[in-house]
Write a protein that binds this ligand. Structure first.
Ligand SMILES: NC(=O)C1=CN([C@@H]2O[C@H](COP(=O)(O)OP(=O)(O)OC[C@H]3O[C@@H](n4cnc5c(N)ncnc54)[C@H](OP(=O)(O)O)[C@@H]3O)[C@@H](O)[C@H]2O)[C@@H](O)CC1
Ligand SMILES: [K+]
Length: 500
């Protein structure tokens, strides 16, 4: 599992080490220089003779960058530091000067006297740019001279390799927002532990590949945001024991689809069956289509351990909406986990337990929050997915899985996940219906655990997102997929993950 820690936790872990005189900045800059040198070697074949530009802000992030620049200069790199502030890290600047690095300033006064031209020339000639404007001390997007530097580098053609120091400057460190100027990086070299912005959308898209440098911090306690990796899935998966029978494995009740959208029912059932479930009971108006596609399904009422409701339930299908409402009410009251998607999100009772899991996309989450009196539009959710998923969890009590290219999951007790497992090709009609089925199957298999441990539904939701994303990759590596392809790839993906 990948963990991330917010700025306060990182500072708290740094403090005793700094007091004890541990050279954290030296460790950070040494690791940074090593990663930059490796990237230069990969790109140009050698390190010596490369040209590097350092964007240097006023804090310790700029200090890391200056020290790394000094190390690179000693390896034969022509290093130019551009100071975006009149106040920069003194030791770092001295180290760079001692290593014969060049220093340019770009505060407002200097720019009026024409310093901008040499800065532009240095950026235009650079093989690599190190973004050391802001680290965990940044508040809001990069301002002032730094913002002009960001624009200059972003417009450079050919584009140099951009390495973010600790994290891309100007992103919301703890919430993953991107409010102003941010320089998109190819590589981020982060120190001590991942920061939430490196996992959370939209900021995570600015980070590129992320490399972690161990500087000896002891980050303990719960992480701010986690990301499941393949090897985490087996511990969560309801792998059947030798003597289990189909009812023991879990029966999933599915109330999805409608006369208008029978495909949603077929796909949500496909997702569940191919993930592995004892039985699916289907209730609804698309029974003929579901049975034609999946003869193993049983139609009608009966005991179930978990539910999937809502995908493809049309607003004018009163009968199907009433079945979805009943399932939702029954599941909330009777310890049966419920996945609530699309057409049932507006049927949600005022408060529900965390074993009710909402699976909206950004537009649906905005509508859900607006219906509860919040002034929110889709664009707001896209700009701050974590904050809005959290708000929906607080207002409803439900576990919230917010779908997106990076899926954000929020549950009780701070359980927070950001999963970026699927290819962009997965943004296709019906993929969400399959995801609902995957999660439903997991919940049916672990229904009593998911009720007893309020944080477990969030972990299962993250696991569902991981498996769904992996299935899209497996269905057609690097190319287009349909929702049916994704469902078809599920058994092999699950098999590979639980055997590993
Ligand atoms: N502690 C250690 O030993 C270690 C720390 N490490 C490194 O230190 C980094 C954290 O350093 P940091 O705390 O100095 O903050 P940092 O992010 O460099 O910038 C703060 C400065 O920026 C300014 N500023 C703020 N917002 C702004 C904006 N939007 N636009 C423009 N300016 C803005 C702000 O100004 P102020 O608002 O205070 O006037 C302040 O002067 C961390 O990410 C890691 O790289 C590693 O070496 C490991 C060891
Ligand atoms: K930075």
């Amino acid at each position: 599992m990948l963990h991330s820690w917010d700025a306060a936790a990182v500072r708290a872990a740094e403090e005793p080490l700094l007091t004890a005189g541990v050279p954290l900045m030296a460790r950070a800059s040494f690791g940074l220089a090593a990663h930059v040198a490796r990237a230069l070697r990969d790109r140009r074949g050698r390190v010596g003779g490369a040209r590097a530009v350092l964007l240097v802000g006023s804090g310790n992030n700029g200090g890391d960058t200056l020290h790394a620049g000094a190390l690179l200069a000693r390896r034969g790199v022509a290093v130019t530091a551009v100071l975006a502030s009149g106040r920069v890290h003194g030791d770092g600047l001295a180290a760079l000067r001692a290593a014969h690095g060049r220093v340019l300033t770009l505060d407002d006064a200097c720019e009026r006297h024409g310093v901008a031209a040499p800065v532009a020339a240095a950026v235009a000639a650079a093989d690599v740019v190190l973004d050391g404007l802001l680290g965990i001390g940044g508040r809001g997007g990069v301002r002032g001279a730094g913002a002009r530097l960001v624009d200059l580098v972003a417009a450079a053609d050919p584009r140099p390799l951009v390495v973010a120091v600790d994290l891309p400057s100007g992103v919301g460190v703890d919430d993953g927002t991107r409010t102003g100027a941010v320089l998109d990086a190819d590589l981020t070299v982060t120190f001590g532990g991942h920061k939430p912005a490196l996992l959370l959308p939209p900021a995570s898209a600015a980070a590129g590949r992320v490399e972690l440098v161990d500087i000896g911090l002891r980050l303990t306690g719960a992480p701010a945001v986690a990301r499941l990796e393949d090897h985490d899935v087996v511990a969560l998966w309801p792998v059947p024991g030798r003597d289990v029978h189909k009812y023991g494995r879990g029966v999933l009740g599915v109330v999805t689809g409608s006369g208008h959208y029978p495909g949603a029912a077929v796909l949500s059932v496909a997702g569940a069956l191919r993930t592995g479930v004892g039985m699916v009971r289907y209730r609804g108006s698309a029974g003929a289509q579901v049975l034609a596609a999946h003869p193993e399904v049983v139609e009608g009422d009966g005991r179930v351990q978990a539910w999937v409701v809502g995908s493809g339930v049309a607003p004018d299908d009163a009968e199907q909406r009433s079945r979805a409402r009943d399932a939702l009410a029954h599941g909330s009251r009777h310890d049966e986990p419920v996945v609530v998607d699309a057409g049932a999100l507006d049927l949600l009772p005022e408060r529900v337990p965390p074993h009710v899991i909402l699976t909206p996309h950004a537009g649906e989450l905005a509508a859900l929050l607006a219906a509860r009196g919040e002034r929110v539009e889709r664009a707001d959710v896209e700009a701050g997915p974590l904050a809005h998923a959290r708000r929906a969890h607080e207002l409803t009590g439900a576990t919230v899985l917010l779908k997106g290219s990076t899926t954000v999951v929020v549950g009780p007790h701070g359980a927070t996940y950001a999963q970026a497992d699927g290819p962009a090709w997965l943004a296709t009609a019906g993929a969400g219906d399959v995801l609902g089925g995957v999660l439903g199957a997991l919940l049916a298999g672990r229904a009593s655990d998911a009720v007893a441990d309020p944080a477990l539904p969030a972990a299962l939701a993250a696991a569902a997102a991981l498996v769904h994303g992996r299935a899209a990759h497996r269905a057609n590596p690097g190319g287009p997929v349909t929702a049916s392809d994704v469902a078809a790839a599920l058994p092999a993906v699950v098999g590979a993950l639980v055997r590993a």
